[in-house]
Design a protein around this ligand. Structure first.
Ligand code: GLA
Length: 394
């Protein structure tokens, strides 16, 4: 389907033939730096070419109508500008509703409604941030059609508020930031405490990033995610009795090692260790990449997965099997889960001439062990959220 067809779908859905505008927000992968964002550490994500498209027409009244080609059974979901409260029955449409609500809360004036048709090609529940993609595509279209002056960092923060305050998931800023500020062929090194960031060219020479979807739907992801965050916060509190820190991201590995006995609960100690070590690994990974040492970069990816498996315990049999199978293949520099975990996707850096063998072999090993297939995509690193012209191909 291309953007022109989407326009046709819009006319069909809302039975109006009128001028529309089309917007796109990508999904993201994270190369390294997992579960570090809400701990004040660094992350290293990149926006991908899969994402969410939105076709919009402004309305004269104060009604919003949302429809998604991905959730056609839900039909058109309608709400008044004055009633944007979270409603379980509104399902996926709570994301755009939350965005509008939080724009208003932040003082941006939205005076009229709109009809919006969404279509996403990010696999659902795959941990590639389909929800942040819906948030950001909505943010960008609101900004454009209502001529609001919102810089991207503010927009990313509003997206995070939607997750935290509206949807009840205490996630960090990584996804919204990567999607709002992504740049073609670059990853973003982001300090999640200061929001200082810079773009690093992703020069992988003869290698490509392969996304491996475990096809395991994430279950209870929100509650386990919030639990991990609470464990880190509790570890931080105990460390603060002796250290003048405001986040785990401020600790070096050695200061953590020297003070870890202050954390009384063993599980919390493991969680905090991951956060501190992963942050250090992320900074090291950037250095290695800048030096062109992608072999060491791959090794750090493997270490990251191991820490997420053993200390943070967010991987599970599906992601572990994918990563293990990936590392048994020729031409693989490293592999790890990406995103929150508990199912979803892993990534691997694979020599480009071996990609077909890689996919076949990993899938064989995976389906033998897990009982169903994985899905593979070669990642293309694209730009962040933006308006697109109708001819731009999906
Ligand atoms: C999810 C969250 C992010 C981040 C990752 C884990 O994607 O939305 O904020 O915490 O998990 O790194």
């Amino acid at each position: 389907m291309n953007a022109l067809n989407l326009n046709h779908e819009f006319q069909k859905t809302f039975t109006i033939s009128t001028e529309t505008r089309t917007f796109f927000a990508p999904g993201r992968i994270n190369l390294i730096g997992e579960h570090t964002d809400y701990n004040g550490g660094h992350v290293f994500p990149a926006s991908i070419s899969f994402g969410t498209y939105a076709v919009v027409r402004k309305r004269e009244d104060r009604i919003f109508r949302f429809c998604s080609l991905n959730f056609q059974d839900d039909g058109i979901i309608e709400c008044e500008l004055s009633n944007l409260a979270f409603n379980t029955d509104d399902g996926w449409a709570n994301y755009p509703k939350g965005m509008i609500h939080h724009f208003q809360k932040a003082g941006y004036e939205i005076t009229h409604g709109a009809d919006i048709l969404y279509y996403g090609n990010i696999p659902n529940g795959a941990g590639l941030s389909s929800s942040a993609s819906i948030e950001l595509v909505t943010g960008v279209l609101l900004e454009q059609i209502y001529q609001l002056q919102i810089d991207r960092i503010t927009m990313a923060k509003i997206g995070q508020q939607v997750e935290n305050e509206y949807m009840g998931v205490n996630s960090g800023i990584m996804d919204q930031f990567a999607i709002g500020l992504g740049k073609q062929d670059h990853a973003i090194l982001l300090n999640c405490e200061t929001l200082d960031f810079h773009y690093a060219p992703l020069q992988l020479n003869d290698h490509r990033i392969i996304i491996m979807n475990s096809n395991k739907q994430r279950t209870l992801a929100g509650s386990k995610y919030n639990e991990r965050r609470a464990q880190c916060e509790s570890a931080l509190k105990e460390l603060q009795s002796a250290l003048p820190i405001t986040s785990l991201g401020q600790l070096t590995k050695s200061s953590f090692d020297n003070h870890q006995q202050l954390i009384t609960n063993e599980l919390n100690r493991k969680r905090a260790k991951h956060a501190v070590y992963e942050n250090a690994r992320t900074l090291e990974a950037l250095e290695r990449l800048n030096e062109g040492d992608i072999i060491s970069f791959g090794k750090l990816m493997n270490e990251s997965h191991e820490s997420l498996r053993q200390d943070y315990e967010v991987t599970g049999i599906e992601l572990d099997t994918l990563v293990e199978a990936a590392n048994q293949q020729q031409g693989v520099l490293g592999a790890r889960m990406t995103g929150a975990g508990f199912g979803g996707c892993a990534i691997a850096i694979v020599e480009k001439d071996r990609i077909e063998d890689f996919k076949r072999n990993v899938n064989d090993l995976y389906s033998q062990k897990v009982g169903y297939s994985a899905t593979f995509y070669t990642a293309t690193i694209g730009n962040g959220a933006r308006e697109i012209i109708a001819e731009e191909v999906l």
